[in-house]
Design a protein around this ligand. Structure first.
Ligand code: G3I
Length: 360
């Protein structure tokens, strides 16, 4: 699945203002230079990953591509796969019914094209970040089904077909904890078949894309991962086009479950691929040196889990580039330092640990 790529490093030339996708593409071009070594040191993560057939990626945010040259340079240099952190969710893509806005997502796509990166699609069906017209529309089953299919056709088919190697078709279908499906607009109106219907619609829209259910809290063996296993088995038994399980992996320092490899292996044995889709490891601030070292061990252990799964693991994506752009501090006040680069985009021990785990 990984195509050969040329080595990339970055130049720090920076254009201060950029508004259009075209300009971002030009900025991306400035970030491409064939030379050995990187600013962060060593061989880029994506190249190390490619040697194992893994996509090493990061969640990306087009607004930061414009504003922050370090962010842009690291993204271009280290990562071979981009996931839109927010701009491919419903509220951005279809803010009004039938009115699509792909501008921010296209900025990211241009950056990815310029830097020879792949894209994961995130996300087609979720309970969060839905526009008001959808969340409060009180639609009946027939109309909601039509709305769902139109969105999937337009986004995964018409607009992004061929550019997205894997879609998080269903995001977070289970309750925060425990093994029951999450009550949400889709389940409440369409019943549990919304999952199979969305996967089939996505497959019709882009038959080459790998189709995922993406979830948090399923890293180790627990009620939620057991329920995911049951759901995945039953979808496969019914011939539903499900290809992979996204294991988000939002963790607290020292919190990688000991049974992560064993737990994920059972999904691989169903013939599914696994992607670590949203890795970060948060720390109570201020982070001590010891905690940063434990965090590095956590990153190493998650990458090693993916390697242990062999061909069944498609890659590892981290949820952001540096601690300054992570979602953690605003969602969990007092916690932070969750990513492999720090607030100033300098590499942390976690970055070195990922390199080493990949053989760098
Ligand atoms: O776009 C609005 C902006 O108009 C407004 O002025 C601003 C004021 O707060 O908010 C902006 O929206 C924010 C949005 O991110 C875009 O930046 C929301 O407040 C904020 O809550 C939202 O957070 C995102 C979160 O998903 C929403 O659920 C995070 O950035 C994003 O990292 C996070 O990503 C999720 C994955 O999609 C699924 N898995 C869990 C992961 C972490 O929660």
């Amino acid at each position: 699945m990984v195509k050969p790529r040329s080595p990339r490093t970055h130049s720090f030339r920076f254009l201060a203002t950029a508004g259009s996708a075209l300009l971002i593409a030009a900025l991306g071009l400035l970030a491409v230079r064939a030379a050995a070594g990187t600013a962060a040191g060593g061989v880029p993560l994506h190249e190390l990953g490619a040697e194992h057939g893994l996509h090493i990626g990061a969640a990306a945010n087009p607004a930061l591509l414009e504003d922050n040259r370090d962010y842009r340079a690291i993204l271009a240099e280290q990562y071979g796969s981009l996931t839109a952190e927010n701009v491919m969710k419903w509220d951005t893509l279809q803010p009004e019914r039938g009115v699509y806005d792909f501008s921010a997502a296209d900025t990211l796509r241009e950056f990815a094209r310029t830097n020879d990166q792949r894209m994961r699609g995130h996300t087609l069906i979720w309970h969060n970040q839905n526009p008001e017209w959808l969340a409060e529309g009180d639609f009946g089953p027939q109309e909601l089904r039509t709305i769902m299919r139109e969105h999937i056709d337009t986004v995964a088919g018409e607009h992004f077909k061929g550019d997205i190697y894997a879609w998080d078709v269903i995001n977070e279908p289970f309750r925060d904890s425990g093994g029951r499906l999450r009550p949400n607009l889709w389940l409440d109106t369409l019943g549990r078949s919304y999952i199979a219907e969305a996967l089939k619609a996505a497959h019709a829209a882009d038959p080459d894309a790998r189709l995922y259910i993406n979830e948090f809290g399923i890293e180790g063996r627990n009620a939620k991962s057991d329920a995911m296993y049951e759901l995945a088995s039953s979808l496969l038994d019914q011939g539903v086009p499900l290809h992979g399980i996204g294991v988000q992996s939002h963790m607290e320092v020292g919190g990688v479950p000991e049974d992560m490899t064993e737990n994920l292996r059972r999904f691989a044995e169903l013939g599914l691929e696994i992607t670590i889709t949203e890795l970060d490891v948060s720390i109570e601030m201020p982070a001590s040196g010891a905690e940063l070292r434990t965090q590095a061990a956590d990153y190493r252990s998650v990458v090693e889990t993916c390697l242990d799964l062999g061909d069944s693991c498609a890659g590892v994506t981290v949820w952001g580039v540096g601690d300054a752009d992570s979602w953690i501090p605003s969602w969990f006040p007092g916690r932070g330092a969750a990513l492999p680069f720090d607030e100033d985009y300098a590499p942390k021990p976690a970055f070195g640990a990922m390199q080493e785990a990949l053989g760098g």
